[in-house]
Design a protein around this ligand. Structure first.
Ligand code: FES
Length: 174
């Protein structure tokens, strides 16, 4: 008999100037974090709309992480503050429709904060693991090897030799 194993899928929207670089740095420093995260590089978190978070959840993510520059450090002045407002707005929306708001989280980090980024990802994976699968896709069969819809292999958190983890920044498309 086949046993279902729940492995959370986390989509992380990472700002090019901070979180994306810190993910790269984590790889260089060989700081490990769970391979459950798919990193999507964004020019600034201010570019992200509520629709992006909801689409990620609709399309199979169990959680969404938004990682932007430190407050006061956004290269586009207030992009991260806009993102913070949108994340909070979306968290309220999620709660209204009966989905745990913990599935969406925002952090502010600098390019040098590889360890805090890894810790945040680890904590988020554990939080989502406790919450269980995203109700929007609960009916789908979850196996250890199941993938997000339209997976992008270049963004998976696996090294070239197949070992899990480490930063995936260098694997992400330009
Ligand atoms: Fe990093 Fe705006 S440039 S959040």
């Amino acid at each position: 008999m086949k046993t279902e194993v729940f492995e959370p899928r986390i989509v992380a929207f990472c700002c090019h100037y901070c979180a994306y670089s810190s993910a790269d740095l984590a790889g260089v420093m060989r700081i490990q974090y769970p391979p459950n995260v798919r990193i999507i590089r964004t020019p600034c978190t201010g570019r992200l709309e509520t629709e992006y978070f909801m689409k990620a959840l609709e399309n199979g993510a169990d959680g969404v992480l938004v990682a932007g520059c430190l407050e006061g450090g956004c290269h586009f002045v207030e992009g991260n503050l806009c993102a913070k407002r949108r994340v909070n707005y979306t968290r309220d929306l999620l709660e209204e429709i009966g989905i745990e708001k913990e599935r969406l989280r925002m952090v502010n980090i600098s390019a040098a904060m590889a360890r805090p980024l890894a810790d945040t990802i680890t904590d988020m994976v554990e939080t989502i693991r406790k919450l269980g699968p995203n109700p929007l896709r609960k009916s789908e069969l979850r196996t250890p090897n199941s993938e997000l819809r339209n997976p992008r292999p270049e963004t998976t958190a696996k090294s070239e030799n197949g070992k899990n983890l480490q930063a995936v920044g260098s694997h992400t498309a330009q």
